[in-house]
Design a binder for this molecule. Structure first.
Ligand SMILES: O=P(O)(O)OC[C@@]1(O)O[C@H](CO)[C@@H](O)[C@@H]1O
Length: 399
């Protein structure tokens, strides 16, 4: 079994195979062999890349769908990090045989490399996903959600809290990689297969005045709702400080970077009404240090959080709660394995330093912490409830 984590999983947990994209017809296989080629096609259509960059993208598409993993260039700036993350072990392995989490992450690193994102030439730092993220931020849905902030004042504080948490959770379905794969983001608020939100708000009240870490997922609409959630935590002093973890570079199409946070803030400030007041408070919070943005290299690592470095563990340990947003962060939090869905969430996150809450729309196979009856009901429904984006969860552990 390929090693997904570099640290042994405690024996108290059920034996669960690491998820790979080896099985024909599986969701991971469709991501590696259909969604990624579709993404390469969309990126090429979105930019007037010169032929040598297009050729590299086509070569990556061939390698990542039918070939074996090849190493980074000797002079790659992050080669040591990737060697630390297991690159030498996987070179020569068919992409579909490596852990899905590892291979998918490496695909995005290689895509940036193919486009000279880390180079010193004219394409340095050009985010290949920027057009998609920008279009989502300026789209009709985002405008409607921003406009809805004006009516939040009509809600009771409790209802406002619930609405904001659901918005942050619901926003997670709007990830562009999911949409590239034909995911439906138009359905109503996702069914909650597990809902610890009441306990989460109770904990935030009890630990008022602490530091909340929010590990962001997608830019655009999801990030806007995360920013509004952060504002309400700061304005109500349920958080003295919020540390917003973003990615150090473009990742998984729509994952948020610092540039996306600034785009989101400017979008709120320019929207007028309650959105403008929210954006202005958040801008001031950043200036005065109550809202800090962090872009740790491990946020783009191909490994589970079980392998996180000490400095990141210390930061999460110091938080009153760490809010983990999205599907990819969930996979990294619990370990991307074929866990039985009833495996206790507390058991698979027992390693995590401090209290952690996952807010996630289900868009991939892994899930834990569900009641048997809920699983039986979902399975009876016959639909691809794990990957369709129609269900979501709020799970809390380590309180
Ligand atoms: O973390 P997000 O944005 O909620 O979702 C990311 C994600 O669901 O998209 C990929 C498929 O496109 C999955 O492999 C991955 O987990």
């Amino acid at each position: 079994m390929p090693e997904e984590s570099r640290r042994a999983v405690p024996t108290a947990l059920p034996d669960a195979d690491v998820i790979t994209s080896d099985a024909p017809g599986s969701f991971p296989r469709s991501v590696m062999c259909e969604r990624h080629p579709a993404l390469i096609r969309r990126v090429i259509e979105a930019f007037p890349y010169p032929s040598e960059l297009r050729a590299r993208l086509y070569a990556l598409r061939e390698e990542a769908t039918e070939g074996v993993i090849t190493p980074l260039d000797e002079d790659a700036h992050d080669r040591d990090a990737w060697l630390e993350w297991g690159l030498a072990e996987y070179v020569g392995t068919p992409w579909t045989r490596a852990p899905f989490l590892w291979a998918e992450s490496y695909f995005y690193r290689r895509l940036l490399g193919a486009l000279d994102y880390f180079g010193t030439g004219p394409w340095q730092g050009v985010d290949p996903f920027a057009p998609f993220k920008r279009a989502e931020l300026t789209g009709a849905e985002a405008a409607a959600e921003v406009g809805a902030l004006d009516s939040l004042t009509e809600l009771t504080p409790r209802d406002r809290d619930r609405a904001l948490l659901l918005s942050s959770l619901w926003g997670n379905r709007a990830d562009l990689g999911f949409q590239v794969g034909g995911g439906d983001t138009s359905a109503a608020v996702p069914d909650l297969v597990c809902d610890d939100s009441a306990d989460l708000w109770e904990l935030l009240e009890a630990r008022a005045g602490g530091r909340v870490c929010l590990v962001a997922d997608n830019a655009g609409r999801e990030l806007l709702s995360d920013l509004v959630l952060i504002d309400t935590l700061l304005a109500s002093d349920r958080a003295r400080e919020v540390v917003l973890h973003v990615k150090p570079g473009p990742y998984y199409v729509s994952d948020a970077t610092t540039a996306d946070v600034l785009d989101g803030l400017r979008h709120l400030c320019a929207a007028g009404g309650a959105a403008e007041r929210t954006g202005t408070r958040l801008w001031r919070a950043m200036v005065h240090g109550r809202l800090r943005v962090r872009a740790h290299p491990f946020s783009c690592a191909p490994l589970p959080y079980r392998d996180m470095p000490a400095d990141l563990a210390e930061e999460f340990a110091s938080a009153s709660v760490t809010l983990m947003k999205g599907d990819l962060n969930y996979r990294r939090l619990v370990g991307d394995r074929h866990w039985p869905a009833t495996t206790p969430f507390a058991a698979v996150t027992a390693y995590f330093p401090g209290t952690v809450a996952a807010l996630r729309t289900l868009k991939s196979d892994v899930v834990t912490g569900l009641d048997r009856a809920v699983v039986d009901g979902l399975e009876a429904g016959g639909k691809a409830w794990r990957t369709s984006g129609t269900h979501a969860l709020v799970q809390l552990a380590g309180a």
